[in-house]
Design a protein around this ligand. Sequence first.
Ligand SMILES: N[C@@H](CCC(=O)N[C@@H](CS)C(=O)NCC(=O)O)C(=O)O
Length: 206
Amino acid sequence: MTTLCYAKKTCSIGIHVLMEEVGLPYDLKIVDFSKGEQKTPEYKALNPKGKVAALVRDDGSVLTEYAAIAMWLAMTNPDKKLVPTDPEGLARTIEAMDFIVGTVHMLSWRLFRRPDAYSDSADVHEQLRERGMNAMLAAFDVIDEQLAGKDYLMGDFSIADTALYYTQYWAVDVAGWKLPPNVQAHYERMKTRPSVQASRELEGVA
Ligand SMILES: N[C@@H](CCC(=O)N[C@@H](CS)C(=O)NCC(=O)O)C(=O)O
């Protein structure tokens, strides 16, 4: 059975939502970051990057990287309509996901959360955190404009929305920031989806 390797409060929550959207049986394997399990030889044998999410598929092969996993789930379950199929819609979905994973997550949130990864000087960590926060809030302003007049990033729900969802979770539930109005409304809308509710319950997220 397909197994999702996940860690609580991480970007894997977005893939977890997609597993629920797909609706097929799957297993969950928790990777406990508090015990450093992502860096153990056992886990690195599975994913040498030492990161989540990782998806172990029926044939034993492992898929990593948010956009790749999301796209594979969408394309192997076409009846769920998780990604537009026309060239413009597909390109726009990748555009939105790349911005969220590359800019909101990797360039902004990581700087806010892990300033120690960028400098050994503890005296600049607060400044780096502030830069990360400002970059993330500026990125949400861009997304806010994209969401104007729409329920979801592509109009209809798609894999881009679950990427946005995990960054919204961090901004609101972890950092306590205020989101711009359309992004906040989108987050509330996401939380009404049974897939989001199920994944939150399974991960013990309030
Ligand atoms: N570009 C990767 C990022 C994956 C990633 O950074 N995951 C974080 C959790 S949000 C992780 O596993 N961090 C483990 C660590 O830094 O030790 C993706 O899109 O999946």
